[in-house]
Design a protein around this ligand. Structure first.
Ligand code: DX5
Ligand code: ZN
Length: 213
């Protein structure tokens, strides 16, 4: 039985007090910390890199779930590993051979995830599914937090769940209602940016996502 995991995305945190924000969501019951890395090439936005991950590593014992939205992930795997990442997820829509990137992540004994954008089907990643620990199904176009959930992604999650027994993560536009839809479709890892960090009470928001348990 897969564990349900709540992973607040620090992209919606207050960066002027990032350490405290991370301690607060950890105390509020978060399971993982989701870190969105954007390079301004793969997506039209720039966020953070290994230096920030290195700084937050000693702040929390939680898994650092690093989502690379960058053009040449293979080139940066080593830096992200050394900075303290636990899970490294990259996008299938890159020019490099995903198998080589997965092998590199595995060489460092880290968990590897592959992500698909809303417009990408499961078929292109089917062959590499046995190599990965997680599939991240984007439920918005990658690039920004606070966007609306794309419900066309739900049938894709259902189809994926039938053939993939490990972690399925959803990311983008997750709120209370959408979290239910995604879990019903078979996702077990919920990333939430604005829903958690935009809430007055982080603990209540995380409990709500988990299903009031
Ligand atoms: C978008 C990022 C998401 C984003 C989620 O490209 O991958 O992790 O921060 O934010 P919300 O939950 O606000 O859509
Ligand atoms: Zn993300």
């Amino acid at each position: 039985m897969l564990k349900n995991i709540i992973a607040p995305s620090i992209l919606s945190a207050d960066f002027s007090k990032l350490g405290q924000e991370i301690r607060d969501v950890e105390k509020a019951g978060a399971d993982w910390i989701h870190v969105d890395v954007m390079d301004g090439h793969f997506v039209p936005n720039i966020t953070i890199g290994p230096a920030v991950i290195r700084s937050i590593r000693p702040v929390t014992r939680l898994t650092l779930d690093v989502h690379l939205m960058i053009k040449n992930p293979g080139k940066f795997v080593e830096s992200f590993v050394k900075a303290g990442s636990d899970i490294i997820t990259f996008h299938s829509e890159i020019e490099e051979d995903p198998k080589e990137v997965i092998k590199l992540i595995k060489y460092y004994n880290k968990k590897a995830g592959i992500s698909i954008k809303p417009g990408t089907d499961i078929e292109p990643i089917e062959k590499i599914l046995p190599m990965v620990d997680m599939v991240l199904v984007m439920t918005v176009e990658p690039g920004f937090s606070g966007q609306g959930f794309i419900s066309d992604c739900l049938p894709k999650i259902e189809r994926l769940r039938k053939i993939f027994k490990k972690d399925i993560e959803v990311d983008g536009g997750i709120n209370l209602e959408r979290s239910r839809d995604c879990m019903k479709s078979g996702a077990n890892v919920l990333v939430a940016g604005s829903f958690v960090f935009g809430a007055k009470d982080y603990s209540a928001a995380i409990k709500e996502l988990r299903g009031g348990v």
